[in-house]
Design a protein around this ligand. Structure first.
Ligand code: DON
Length: 568
C-alpha cells in the first residue's frame, strides 16, 4: 500500500514534469483541434504528434509513426512486412497506397503441399518460406515522397533514436516477449533481439535494438536502396538461402508499392472510403453496409436480436463472396464494381429472413475449425489541422510474423504467405477459405482483410478507423461505423462497445462476452444461430480511431489493448 502510494506520487511528479507523458499514458479518449494520432504504442503516437507540432502534415506524421511502431511495437509494427494506407488529401480527394507483400518469383500454387497433396504443417506460417517480399519500406518512402513535406531524416530520426538508445519495456511488451521466446528457439538472432542474453526481459528493463537502428539509418541515408539493395538485402538473401526460403535479390529489387483507387461507397448520406483489392476489406465493408442500409438499425437498437441477426446475415453473404471473388486485381479480374453495387446487395440480400438464419452450406461450400492463432496486426489513425486524414493498417500477419529475425539487421520477417489460399477451400489461420482468385502465383499479392477506412459527410472529415484481427478486421471496422452513424455513439463508446463477428464459415457467431445479453442470445438461438465466445482475453479487434465533429478531433485508443491517443 505504502509502495503504491509512493509510486503514484512519483508518477504524478513525473506527469507534471513531462506533460506529454500523461497524455501518452492515458488509454482514454483525447481531444485535439490541431492534430491527433491514435496507435497501439503510446511512444509511437508521441512521435507522430511531435511531427504535427513541428508543422508536418498527416502523412509526415503517419510515416514517422509507422517507423516508430517498427521499433516500439515489434509484434506488428514492421519494416519486414506490409500494409495499406488510405489518405484524404486537404482538397478532399482520397488516394490509397498498397504496400502489401508479394509472393516470391519462384512461388507456385502447390508450394505448401506434399506429394500426396496434403498441406505441410507450419510451412506457410512458421518457416522461411512463409515470408512474402516486404513492402513497408517502399510504401512509407513513396508515401513521404508523394504527399509528405518533411525530410526522411526528420521523420526517421525518432525511430532510430528509440532503437539505438532503447526504451523501458512496459509490462505488456515484456510479457509478449517472454511468451514468444519458445517459438523463436531455432533462431539465435531472434532470441538475441527479444531476450537479455537468453533470459526473459522484465518490465522496466531498457530494450535496445542496435542492429535495427543501423538498418533504419541505412534506409534514411540511401532511401529504398538501403533496404532492397546493398548489405541489408544481402543479409536477407543470405538468411533465405541458409533457411530454405525463397526471397532472392531479384524479388527485393523488383518490389514496388502501387497507388490504387479507393473503394467508395455511401451509407445513409455518408461517403465511405476504404482499401480495395488486394484487400477484401473495403469491398466487404461497402457490400455489408449496402445490405444494411434499407433497414432502420437505430430503431431496432444496438445489441437487439433483430440488429445482430441482420448484421450477421449480411456478413455471412459477403464473406461467402470473398472466398470466391476476391484476390490480387493484378492477377484476377475481381468483380469489384458489381460487388459494391447497391442493386447487387439488394439482390444478394433478397432471401434474408428476419426469423431464420440462412444455412452457410446453402450459400457456398467449405468446412472449417475455429481460429487458434493469436491476432496481431496494427491500425493507427492520424489527422492534421488542414483536414488531411490517414488510416494506416500494417502487419507481419501473425504476432512477430514467422519469428525469424534476419541476423545483423534487426528485421523481423512476416508470414504473410499464409494469407493465400494454400489449397482450394482449405482454411488459413483465420479460417478464411479461398479459391482461384487467391491462389498462389509468382509476384502476386496475397488477399488481405485489412480495412483502413475514412468516412466523410458531405465531403467533410468525419471518421478514421480500422483494426487488426485477421478475418474480424472487417466486422470490427463495420461496427465502429454503424455505432457512430446508426447508434449515434461518441467515439469512445463506438470503439469500446462489445463486438461480434460472422464470416460465413465457420457457421458460428463469434462474440465478446458482453456483446449479447442472455435474452438477445435466446432470441437469436430461436432463429437458428450458434455461438462461440471469443477466446482471446483481450477481445475482438483494436480499433484506434479519430472522430471529427464541430471542429474537434476526438481520438479513441481501443481499451482492449495498450497504446495512446495523443492530440493537441
Ligand atoms: O492481411 C490480413 O488480413 C492478415 N494478414 C491480417 C492478420 C491480422 O490481423 C493478425 N492479427 N491481428
Amino acid at each position: 500500500m505504502i509502495c503504491r502510494s509512493r509510486l503514484s506520487q512519483v508518477l504524478i511528479l513525473l506527469a507534471c514534469l513531462v506533460p506529454s507523458l500523461t497524455l501518452a499514458a492515458s488509454p482514454e479518449a483525447t481531444y485535439g483541434a490541431n492534430g491527433m494520432v491514435t496507435s497501439r504504442s503510446a511512444l509511437a503516437s508521441e512521435v507522430g504528434v511531435e511531427v504535427l507540432r513541428d508543422g508536418g502534415n498527416a502523412v509526415d506524421a503517419a510515416v514517422a509513426t509507422a517507423f516508430a511502431l517498427a521499433v516500439t511495437y515489434p509484434s506488428a509494427g514492421n519494416i519486414g512486412g506490409g500494409g495499406f494506407a488510405v489518405i484524404r488529401l486537404p482538397d478532399g480527394k482520397v488516394v490509397t497506397l498498397d504496400h502489401r507483400e508479394k509472393a516470391p518469383l519462384s512461388a507456385h500454387r502447390d508450394m505448401y503441399l506434399d506429394e500426396a497433396g496434403e498441406v505441410i504443417r507450419g510451412l506457410s506460417t512458421s518457416s522461411h518460406k512463409a515470408a512474402g517480399v516486404p513492402g513497408s519500406v517502399d510504401g512509407l518512402l513513396l508515401l513521404l515522397e508523394t504527399h509528405g513535406t518533411m525530410s526522411r531524416k526528420r521523420l526517421m530520426a525518432p525511430a532510430i533514436r528509440l532503437a539505438r538508445n532503447g526504451f523501458a519495456l512496459d509490462f505488456d511488451l515484456a510479457r509478449q516477449f517472454r511468451r514468444r521466446l519458445p517459438s523463436m528457439e531455432a533462431y539465435p538472432a531472434s532470441i538475441a533481439k527479444f531476450s537479455d542474453d537468453g533470459k526473459a526481459f522484465e518490465a522496466g528493463d531498457r530494450w535496445r535494438q542496435p542492429d535495427l537502428a543501423r538498418t533504419l539509418a541505412r534506409i534514411f541515408g540511401k532511401g529504398r536502396a538501403g533496404f532492397y539493395e546493398g548489405p541489408v538485402a544481402e543479409k536477407i538473401v543470405a538468411e533465405m538461402e541458409s533457411g530454405g526460403g525463397d526471397i532472392t535479390r531479384a524479388d527485393l529489387a523488383q518490389y514496388r508499392s502501387v497507388w490504387r483507387d479507393p473503394v467508395r461507397g455511401t451509407y445513409r448520406g455518408h461517403e465511405i472510403w476504404s482499401m480495395g483489392p488486394p484487400s477484401s476489406g473495403g469491398v466487404l465493408l461497402v457490400q455489408i453496409l449496402n445490405m444494411l442500409e434499407p433497414f432502420n438499425l437505430a430503431e431496432l437498437g444496438w445489441g437487439s436480436a433483430a440488429t445482430v441477426h441482420l448484421m450477421v446475415e449480411a456478413e455471412r453473404r459477403a464473406y461467402a463472396d470473398r472466398a470466391e471473388h476476391l484476390g490480387d486485381p493484378d492477377y484476377y479480374a475481381v468483380p469489384q464494381a458489381a460487388l459494391t453495387d447497391k442493386a447487387y446487395a439488394s439482390r444478394r440480400f433478397s432471401d434474408f429472413d428476419p426469423d431464420r438464419v440462412a444455412a452457410s452450406d446453402a450459400i457456398g461450400p467449405g468446412d472449417t475449425n475455429l481460429p487458434t492463432e493469436s491476432r496481431e496486426t496494427t491500425h493507427f489513425s492520424v489527422m492534421d489541422g488542414g483536414g488531411m486524414m490517414v488510416a494506416f493498417t500494417t502487419t507481419l500477419n501473425s504476432g512477430y510474423g514467422n519469428k525469424i529475425v534476419v541476423p545483423g539487421t534487426g528485421i523481423l520477417l512476416n508470414n504473410e504467405m499464409n494469407d493465400f489460399s494454400i489449397r482450394r477451400d482449405t482454411p488459413n489461420q483465420f479460417d478464411l477459405i479461398g479459391r482461384d482468385a487467391n491462389a498462389i502465383e509468382p509476384g502476386k499479392r496475397m488477399l488481405s482483410s485489412m480495412t483502413p477506412t475514412i468516412v466523410t459527410k458531405d465531403a467533410e472529415p468525419l471518421l478514421i478507423t480500422g483494426s487488426p484481427g485477421g478475418s474480424t478486421i472487417i466486422t470490427t471496422t463495420l461496427q465502429v461505423i454503424v455505432n457512430v452513424i446508426d447508434h449515434g455513439m461518441g467515439i469512445d463508446d463506438a470503439v469500446a462497445a462489445p463486438r461480434f463477428h460472422h464470416q460465413w464459415k465457420p457457421d458460428t457467431v463469434i462474440h465478446e462476452s458482453r456483446a449479447l445479453s442472455p435474452d438477445t442470445k435466446a432470441l437469436l438461438e430461436e432463429k437458428g444461430h450458434s455461438f462461440r465466445e471469443a477466446r482471446f482475453g483481450r477481445g475482438i479487434g483494436d480499433a484506434n480511431s479519430i472522430l471529427f465533429r464541430d471542429g474537434v478531433m476526438h481520438g479513441a485508443k481501443d481499451p482492449r489493448a495498450q497504446g495512446g491517443a495523443v492530440g493537441y
